[in-house]
Design a protein around this ligand. Structure first.
Ligand code: GCU
Ligand code: CA
Length: 132
């Protein structure tokens, strides 16, 4: 199985508040990022080996203004933009997948919102297991 990293569990960071007022999240809450460009959420991911991994970012976005794009930054390198489209309700959670390079050991995976709306609500990050 893969590994789930909850945003409310250190060393993960949320530039905002950990909230629990919209149902359907895993763990004990989700990151309600401050609505500003650069208000990030960050995960620390461990990998036994250097590898390419599929990650799933679980989020909800019911902002009337629509998508809330962010850069996905791994160990300081921007992997690409992720567009977090509306999910219709703050209690409707969806998962965006991306492929990322991981080093052996500790890795930082950073979600850096690029508009003044900030991030959608972020629940957790799932890192797929290495292929058998
Ligand atoms: C609402 C919602 C929050 C969300 C915020 C936003 O206040 O309750 O969970 O983070 O909108 O637009 O970012
Ligand atoms: Ca918010």
């Amino acid at each position: 199985p893969g590994v789930r990293y909850e945003v409310e569990t250190a060393p993960a960071e949320c530039q905002g508040t950990i909230d629990s007022d919209h149902s359907g999240f895993s763990g004990s809450g989700f990151c309600n990022g401050a609505n500003a460009a650069g208000s990030y959420a960050q995960f620390t991911v461990n990998s036994e080996t250097a590898r390419t991994a599929t990650v799933g970012i679980r989020f909800a976005n019911a902002a009337s203004a629509g998508a809330r794009p962010a850069n996905l930054v791994v160990n300081g390198t921007t992997v690409g933009p992720v567009s977090f489209e509306t999910t219709g309700a703050w209690s409707n959670w969806s998962t965006k997948t991306a492929t990322v390079p991981l080093n052996a050991g500790s890795n930082t995976i950073w979600l850096d919102p690029t508009t003044a709306a900030g991030l959608p609500n972020i629940d957790c990050l799932d890192v797929a297991a290495p292929a058998a």
